[in-house]
Ligand binder design. Structure first.
Ligand code: AIR
Ligand code: ASP
Length: 290
């Protein structure tokens, strides 16, 4: 684990200077916040799981020609990424109504939207990440119209690809939040996917049971949060020995000194172990492809 002082510390991650110019080390913490940090907690092992899930998904996206900030994995909690200027917009893509969308429009959670819907929020905790229209984005100089066009194009491709990938593992991608960054190669500006893709930033429901397998378990005090995150990692096959999460996080909590975990590491619990969410008011209909 990096022992240096971070150059930036966010709610779920820290950034350290990277080994080469133009690189950063992205370190994933177990800290969890919700409702603009009004709710705080810890999801044990989350940093390891999110690091590995994000590494896996960003690698797949790189493979299919979506530029991302991801360079390579470093260890259980850290990855090397390209240093980029983050465009301070949260790009939300929704396939089904849920969360703030369901609340705003009186939709039931799980109601299929005819086609993916993109929303933008200004990344500003002080203001509570308010929704922002494209006109505001341009007027405030947050991003240029050509940048937003490119971001929309990438966001839809990423959403289509991830919807299919998760579906193959019995998971419905309800919605997700993406962040993009820019850097320059000479005069040329390049936009890349940045931040992370994980159960912190996506709503993921089990296809059969509709159980929530994401941060909503923490936000809504549903219990079984650790198990749900582990189950996503297990299904994606990103941690060959998932029990390592318990051991490694135990060592991390104890200041890096590995002590034997109490008793035997628990076997992976299948999703049955995740407490069913309160019954959704309706059953989601299968996602309509464009
Ligand atoms: N999100 C928004 N801000 C931070 C995050 N992680 C994600 C949520 C959800 C999507 O954006 O995790 O996947 C939409 O959130 P909401 O609350 O607007 O419905
Ligand atoms: N992570 C954000 C916060 O701390 C939003 C969320 O995920 O609910 O409030």
């Amino acid at each position: 684990m990096s022992s240096k002082t971070p150059i930036y510390e966010g709610k779920a991650k820290k950034l350290f200077e990277g080994p080469e110019p133009g690189t950063l080390i992205q370190h994933f913490k177990d800290d969890a916040t919700a409702f603009n940090a009004k709710k705080k907690g810890t999801i044990v092992g989350k940093g390891i799981i999110n690091n590995k899930i994000s590494e896996f998904l960003m690698t797949r996206l790189n493979d299919m020609g979506i530029p991302t900030h991801f360079i390579r994995g470093l260890n259980m909690r850290e990855q090397l990424v390209r240093a980029v200027d983050i465009i301070p917009i949260e790009v939300i893509i929704r396939n089904y109504a849920a969360g703030s969308f369901a609340e705003r429009f009186g939709a039931f959670e799980g109601e299929a939207l005819g086609s993916p819907l993109i929303e933008f929020c200004l990344k500003d905790d002080r203001l509570g990440d308010p929704f922002i229209a494209e006109d505001h984005i341009f007027a405030f100089g947050v991003a240029a119209p050509e940048e937003i066009d490119e971001i929309r194009h990438y966001a839809l491709r990423i959403n289509d690809f991830l919807s299919g990938l998760f579906y193959g593992h019995g998971i419905r991608l309800i919605d997700l939040k993406l962040e993009f960054g820019r850097f320059y190669e000479g005069e040329t500006e390049i936009i890349v996917l940045a931040d992370e893709i994980s159960p912190d930033t996506c709503r993921l429901w089990d296809i059969v049971t509709n159980d929530k397998m994401d941060k909503d378990r923490f936000r809504r005090d549903l219990g079984g949060t650790e198990e749900a995150y582990r189950e996503v990692a297990r299904r994606l096959g990103v941690l060959p020995n998932i029990n390592v999460v318990e051991k490694a996080s135990f060592a991390d909590i104890k200041g890096g000194k590995a002590k034997p975990a109490k008793g035997k590491a628990k076997p992976v619990k299948a999703v049955k172990a995740v407490k069913p969410a309160p019954k959704a008011k309706g059953k989601p209909t299968p996602k309509k492809k464009k």
